[in-house]
Structures are given as C-alpha cells and as structure tokens.
Design a protein around this ligand. Structure first.
Ligand code: FES
Ligand code: FES
Length: 138
C-alpha cells in the first residue's frame, strides 16, 4: 500500500544519503561488529553527555546492504537525546517498527546490525559485557 511505499522510499533515501555517516573524533565509546550471515561490518561511535548517560551524538560507518545501512542511518538519528538505558532496552521489533517495512527472517540480522553493535558497545563501555564474547557472534 501507499504507507509501505513511503517507508520503502525512506529506506532508499537513507541508503543513498546516509545521515551521521563517518567517525567521531571524540566518541565516548566505539564498537565494530559484523553480520555473521554476510560478514558486513558496521562501526558505531557514540558520544555521551557529561552525565555519562544521555546520548549526545551517534555516527556510523562501514558497509552493508540497503537495509543495514538505512537502519544504521535512522538509528543514529533516533538515538540522539535518548539514554543508554533506552538504547539497551531496544529490541528487534523496535528496529522493524523504525524501518516501517516487513523484514523477512533472512534479513532480520541486517536490520538489527547497527542496534546490536551499538548495544554491545554500550555494554562493553559499562563493563557488563566481556569483549571477548562479542568477537564470536552467536
Ligand atoms: Fe573496541 Fe568494540 S571494537 S570495544
Ligand atoms: Fe550484509 Fe545485509 S547483506 S548487512
């Protein structure tokens, strides 16, 4: 329908004109992760405000398919002003809602890649996740 056409346009637009693409000079934490299905890697740089909790800015870089890149682009904007707790509470349904289109089971790992990488980075920053564990994706 019309609604999903609009969302599909939005995904293409984010893919062609990614927002917040690049690397931050002064991230509070940065993390790189890959989609185990294809080997594509995304880097998420997150800068927190002085409260060490509010997300001030997010940038992403790396390669991937349109869904993964659009998801990273949208997520980087969505996260600005949110808290690290809110980031950690996000799940795949939140990401799929954000994208606004049906995602086939095959593509779910593409859709959630940026979210996963940002969450792993945040958990490592907080000392809640063993860095070794993330290097061997489930
Ligand atoms: Fe260094 Fe994630 S890549 S903490
Ligand atoms: Fe690699 Fe989608 S095919 S991230």
């Amino acid at each position: 329908g019309l609604g999903s056409d609009m969302y599909r346009q939005q995904i293409l637009d984010h893919y062609k004109n990614p927002r917040n693409y690049g690397e931050l000079e002064d991230p509070t934490f940065t993390h790189i992760g890959e989609n185990p299905m294809c080997g594509d890697e995304i880097r998420m740089d997150v800068r927190l405000e002085d409260d060490d909790e509010t997300i001030e800015f997010v940038a992403f870089s790396g390669d991937g398919c349109a869904i993964s890149q659009a998801s990273a682009s949208m997520l980087s904007g969505e996260l600005q002003g949110k808290s690290v707790d809110e980031l950690l509470e996000m799940d795949r349904d939140d990401v799929i809602d954000m994208l606004g289109v049906d995602i086939s089971p095959m593509r779910v790992k593409c859709a959630v890649l940026a979210e996963k990488v940002a969450q792993d980075g945040a958990e490592i920053y907080r000392g809640e996740l063993d860095k070794e564990r993330t290097s061997t994706e489930e």
